[in-house]
Design a protein around this ligand. Structure first.
Ligand code: ATR
Length: 342
């Protein structure tokens, strides 16, 4: 297997593996949690293969995903990895909201440090923006955490261009995490160009379209009742009927190229630029190996154009979250002058 390249993420000095590992599905949302006895060897295999950038959150489990990672890193592995975790994803009234008041940010950071059993988080993201707290206020606390050595770099997830700009003016943002794949391209117009203008790294989550680009309608048929994807509009039966065409075209092109659809979908993200790090999620060693193989898939200009056509605007039906989560579109925050304190 070819070695996994390293890349600079953002402009503040963070270096990560050019593909990360999304750890969410190990603990929640995609059916029941997977046993530690399978996930710990998977994490070790990732590190030994050069995948060292791990993505977690206090919301995954909740809390148990960070504990799993801590268990896997015992015995000297912490120094070999880059850990990205997140705070501020709150589920209430049937929807995921953001939170970012200073006391909460600090308490979350202390909690993650404890669960991960580390002294410093490499990359600490706000998972969802708090629309009731000026982003400058949240950033002020994150900046203090950097100064105190509790976190090294700051990230945002699901943030609008304007929120990114305001945040970056308080303290440099190292990475923005956003959903980017052949079936989710809504950040391309404004959010991604803003990151590039400001020298912010891009972490692409769900690069396999939550698995649809890997397995298509077959995946949807197999989803268990406790799998959150059943609630995502793109996975509604009437939309799968339309969206399967996208999968079939990716699958056919992959067969022509001699790779798997997952590898083609990931290669498309890798080819977006050396400032982009996709973090596919997997719970299986064979899929991890396949995803690493995507780094060796080279796409010509013509092939990129073909994929562009496959992933055109009308190729996909269904909203991303169907109102179940705050997204970058609703992530603007009040002006700093409106803040009356905690
Ligand atoms: P997310 O960021 O939400 O985890 P993703 O990375 O787009 O989403 O896709 C994750 C899904 O793709 C998971 O269901 C994962 O299933 P496994 O845990 O069974 O691997 C699936 N997946 C990841 N890599 C895959 C591969 N190479 N082949 C098939 N399915 C894959």
């Amino acid at each position: 297997m070819a070695g996994v390249r390293r890349m600079k993420l953002g402009s503040q000095g963070l270096e990560v593996s050019s593909q990360g590992l999304g750890c969410m599905g190990m603990s929640c949302f995609y059916g029941s949690p997977k046993p530690d006895s399978d996930m710990i060897p998977l994490i070790h295999h990732a590190i030994n293969s050069g995948i060292t950038f791990f993505d977690t959150s206090d919301a995954y489990g909740p809390l148990t995903n960070e504990i799993l990672i801590a268990k896997a890193l015992k015995g000297g592995l912490r120094e070999r990895v880059e850990l990205g975790t997140k705070f501020g994803s709150i589920f209430s009234d049937g929807k995921v909201h953001g939170r970012g008041d200073p006391a909460y940010v600090r308490a979350c950071c202390e909690g993650s440090l404890k669960r991960l059993d580390i002294d410093c988080i490499d990359l600490y993201y706000q998972h969802r923006v708090d629309t009731g707290v000026p982003i400058e206020v949240t950033m002020g606390e994150l900046k203090k955490l950097v100064e105190e050595g509790k976190i090294k770099y700051i990230g945002l997830s699901e943030a609008s261009a304007s929120t990114i700009r305001r945040a970056h003016a308080v303290h440099p943002i190292t990475a923005v995490q956003l959903e980017w794949s052949l079936w989710t391209r809504d950040s391309e117009e404004e959010v991604i160009p803003t990151c590039r203008e400001l020298g912010i790294g891009i972490v692409a989550y769900s690069p396999l379209g939550q698995g649809f680009l890997s397995s298509g309608p077959k995946l949807v048929e197999k989803l268990s009742n406790d799998d959150i994807r059943k609630l995502l509009p793109k996975f509604y039966p009437e939309n799968v009927e339309h969206n399967k065409n996208l999968f079939e075209r990716v699958n056919a092109m992959a067969a022509r190229k001699g790779c798997t659809p997952s590898q083609l979908a990931l290669a498309w993200v890798h080819h977006q630029g050396n400032d982009v790090c996709p973090i596919p999620g997997t719970t299986k060693i064979e899929n991890l190996n396949q995803n690493i193989g995507a780094l060796s898939v080279k796409l010509t200009k013509e092939e990129m154009a073909e994929l562009e056509d496959i992933a055109s605007a009308d190729a996909v039906k269904g909203d991303r979250f169907g109102g179940m989560s705050l997204t970058w579109r609703e992530s603007n925050t009040p002006p700093l002058s409106s803040w009356k304190g905690d």
